[in-house]
Design a protein around this ligand. Structure first.
Ligand code: PXP
Length: 248
């Protein structure tokens, strides 16, 4: 039996981070998304944070119109953002916890602790035809709660493993992820994974069974800077060749 192909969803938040750092119109997120699509990405992920530090509301509406691959909108369970999601109707929504001062999403959702509020949102999104995913740590009780909620997907938080600096801790976290993927599948959930994945951590992540999609952002955008800077410099130098020198 052939194994299903593992899909890549590229998270382009940090292309928006670069744009927001200077308030420019570039990089153009539609262009970035199209290049990801052309390279084989099967989805584009964006996180509309309540603090709007990278993705802006207009990006969400614009990308929804322009993308030809599924859009996965990451978001907190906040009424204002839920309204936008219901308006835009992305292909999928991944519900994540959000704290104002965090550098990036820290930890998975407490599905058990916020069950009622999350279920209300999950039901509203589902009624709108949006596929809901819950971003969770590989914790059996949280996975069971996600399955009870009826969300079709979970996204396993791979950050603890990917960011681990101590080998023993990394081994333990990878084992939890493998067990978590197995448990989620047994509970009837489809399994995505993401956070902190780069080319160094990828081989270990590929040991997780039943994976559907990996959502990867920061490392791809960072790598794009490295592999693209030579070309960007050449383009600028080519532009400078028009210089005539001397007095006009
Ligand atoms: N998945 C979720 C739910 C996230 O919150 C993030 C970060 O926005 C990612 C995946 C991508 O993580 P990274 O940028 O570290 O690849």
């Amino acid at each position: 039996m052939t194994k299903p192909v593992l899909r890549l969803g590229v998270n382009i938040d940090h292309a928006a981070t670069l744009r927001q750092a200077r308030g420019t119109l570039y990089p153009d997120l539609v262009e970035v998304a199209r290049l990801c699509e052309r390279a084989g990405a099967k989805g584009i992920t964006i996180h509309l944070r309540e603090d709007r530090r990278h993705i802006q509301d207009a990006d969400v509406y614009n990308l929804r119109k322009q993308l030809s691959v599924p859009m996965n909108l990451e978001m907190a369970n906040a009424p204002e953002i839920v309204r936008i999601a219901l308006n835009v109707c992305p292909t999928e929504v991944c519900l994540v916890p959000e704290k104002r001062r965090e550098l990036t999403t820290e930890g998975g959702l407490d599905v058990i602790g916020h069950f009622t509020a999350l279920r209300k949102t999950c039901d509203a999104l589902t009624r709108a035809g949006i596929g809901v995913s819950l971003f969770v740590d590989p914790d059996l009780r949280q996975l069971e709660a996600a399955a009870r909620m009826g969300a079709p997907y979970v996204e396993l938080h791979t950050g603890a493993f990917c960011d681990a600096t101590r080998p023993a801790f990394a081994r333990r976290e990878l084992a939890r992820l493998i067990e978590g993927a197995r448990a989620a599948h047994a509970l009837g959930l489809r399994v995505n994974a993401g956070h902190g994945i780069n080319l160094a951590t990828l081989p270990s992540i590929l040991r997780l069974p039943y994976l559907d999609t990996l959502n990867i952002g920061h490392s791809i955008i960072c790598r794009a800077v490295s592999v693209g800077v030579e070309r960007a410099t050449r383009e600028m130098l080519a532009g400078m060749r028009a210089y005539q020198g001397g007095e006009p």
